[in-house]
Design a protein around this ligand. Structure first.
Ligand code: ZN
Length: 257
């Protein structure tokens, strides 16, 4: 029973922080402060009242509309709150309620912000990935069981592999496919999860990205040669490896041994 309450608290904490992450997602790409002013409606600029600031539930009682002007609010707000809440719940279930879980909860939130910003703006801001590399390195060195060396190689391999790919991709595919943001994001992921995870994530993200690209072209949602953001796939791969590393290794060995 006590554990159930703890799980619920972790979900609620994740959803509440998720509403702050929404502010980050809206403001960081525009270079605006994430602390002031208070949130406002994107249509009429009317500030959000404190009693309308309850994550997830506000969307239900306001029926996805602004209280002042009545225009529709993006589904992105409840989605980010819900995903962050679910992420924290999964972290608590997989790593307990200790300091390891706090490290991975902040990792999941950083991935979520980077993925949604990349999806909406096709950029991954340095303000997320660069501090993330530093935090991930120190967390791996002193808290989570990765170790400083595994983390350091992870940073080098994550950044280096995509740097190399970006260097040769104009010759291979005749266009620039990867941005500097992708490199820094994978370096951050390597810092938190170590170099072995980087290899798995590159494999998963490339595979999922290729499948999604072909599917979107087949349904004429994108045209050949259009740019699909890679950040959401890297972030998704990182979350998959964080929670399912052993299962994924089992599948991999089943395929090749
Ligand atoms: Zn409004």
């Amino acid at each position: 029973m006590d554990t159930l309450i703890l799980y619920i608290l972790w979900f609620v904490a994740g959803a509440v922080l998720g509403s702050f992450l929404n502010v980050c997602i809206s403001r960081i790409p525009r270079g605006r402060s994430v602390v002031s002013p208070v949130s406002s409606c994107p249509h009429c600029r009317q500030p959000v009242r404190w009693f309308d600031n309850v994550p997830l539930l506000n969307f239900i009682w306001l029926r996805a509309r602004c209280r002042s002007c009545g225009r529709r609010l993006s589904w992105r707000y409840p989605l980010v709150e819900c995903l962050n809440g679910a992420g924290y719940l999964a972290v608590a279930a997989a790593f307990g309620f200790g300091v390891n879980a706090l490290v991975y909860a902040s990792f999941v939130s950083a991935l979520l912000v980077a993925a949604v910003i990349d999806f909406e703006h096709l950029i991954i801001p340095d303000i997320i990935a660069l501090p993330g590399i530093v935090v991930g390195f120190f967390a791996s060195a002193f808290i989570v069981p990765v170790g400083w060396l595994g983390s350091l190689i992870g940073i080098a391999l994550g950044g280096g592999s995509l740097w190399l790919l970006a260097l040769i991709s104009p010759y291979l595919f005749g266009k620039e496919g990867l941005g500097g943001g992708d490199m820094k994001l994978l370096a951050m992921i390597g810092a938190f999860l170590g170099w072995q995870a980087v290899i798995m994530i590159l494999f998963l993200a490339s595979f999922a990205g290729a499948v999604a690209g072909v599917a979107l072209m087949a349904f004429h949602r994108i045209e050949r040669g259009h740019y699909l953001p890679f950040g959401p796939f890297l972030a998704g791969g990182a979350v998959a490896v964080l929670f399912l590393r052993r299962e994924l290794l089992g599948i991999y060995e089943g395929l090749f041994w």
